[in-house]
Design a protein around this ligand. Structure first.
Ligand code: ZN
Length: 134
């Protein structure tokens, strides 16, 4: 069954650590070994896995993406948020994480981030855990 994580972002660009939300859904699923599939059904947001211990890393990634993809750049799309669409495509809207021992198989410093590029908005992340119950 697909479960949703609902997120209310507070600023235009923001990385939200959703690792504990996903872990809670995984715990409830009872899956011990398998795959956790994460999907962001939005065109101006994304999902990434990177360091969660030092918040400077997420800030540096956002800063660099904004340098690579400026907000204004004579884009054809008239909604004024082409940068957010481009960042969404660069970062991607899905991730798969292995499940082992009933836990997400993440490295010590890894966290899973919902990436807002055109907030503040109400967002969601779809989570599907599949595998063996034992
Ligand atoms: Zn748009």
């Amino acid at each position: 069954m697909i479960k949703n994580i609902n997120i209310k972002t507070k600023s235009r660009s923001e990385f939200v650590d959703i690792t504990s939300d996903i872990s809670k859904i995984l715990d409830e699923s009872g899956v011990q070994s398998g795959l956790c599939y994460l999907y962001v059904p939005h065109t101006t947001a994304g999902i990434t896995i990177n360091e969660g211990a030092d918040p400077s890393v997420a800030r540096d990634i956002q800063f660099t993406l904004s340098r690579l993809v400026p907000h204004q750049n004579n884009y054809a799309h008239l909604e004024g948020n082409s940068d957010a669409h481009i960042k969404s495509s660069l970062v991607g809207v899905s991730k798969s994480v292995l499940i082992e021992g009933g836990k997400l198989f993440l490295g010590t410093w890894q966290s899973i981030f919902f990436c807002e590029f055109d907030g503040p908005r109400h967002r969601r992340v779809a989570v599907r855990s599949a595998g063996d119950p034992a």
